[in-house]
Ligand binder design. Sequence first.
Ligand SMILES: [Cu+2]
Length: 162
Amino acid sequence: MGNASKARARCSAAIVIACAAVAGMSGSAEAGKRTFTILAIEPKGGATIDKEPFPAQPLPTAGGGYVVRQPDQNGRWEVSSYVWQPSQIVVEEGDEVTLEFAGINGKEHPTTISAFGQTFTVKRGALTRVTFLADNIGIFGFVCSAHQPSMNGELIVLPKRK
Ligand SMILES: [Cu+2]
């Protein structure tokens, strides 16, 4: 096979993969019922001051979304942040959306999805399930008021494909 033929073969293989991905998307959307699991988690990192100095400009902790621990007696300092994982959910207009929030880190997360009239508290070790009709197109927040500015998610509602 010449170089041009090889290039064509690679190209058509890429197109097949792309088409399969699109077909998969429409397949999952056909049912109109979409369910997602969203974890409340707290990634954490740290070091000792002999290896890395404590940050001169530490993270903004006032809203509770970031936690900074000053160096302890051994010189160890830590930073963490409360986040939703994943923090973006994509659905289509008209889908019946179920979000299952799982509390992993943090005692509780008072949460609102104001665009869809949902207010609830996600507790550690529990699943909090909300179901609603995505009847508005746009980008809508799911927000934990206890952990700002980091614990914000977006529900993206796309126009329904014809
Ligand atoms: Cu929270």
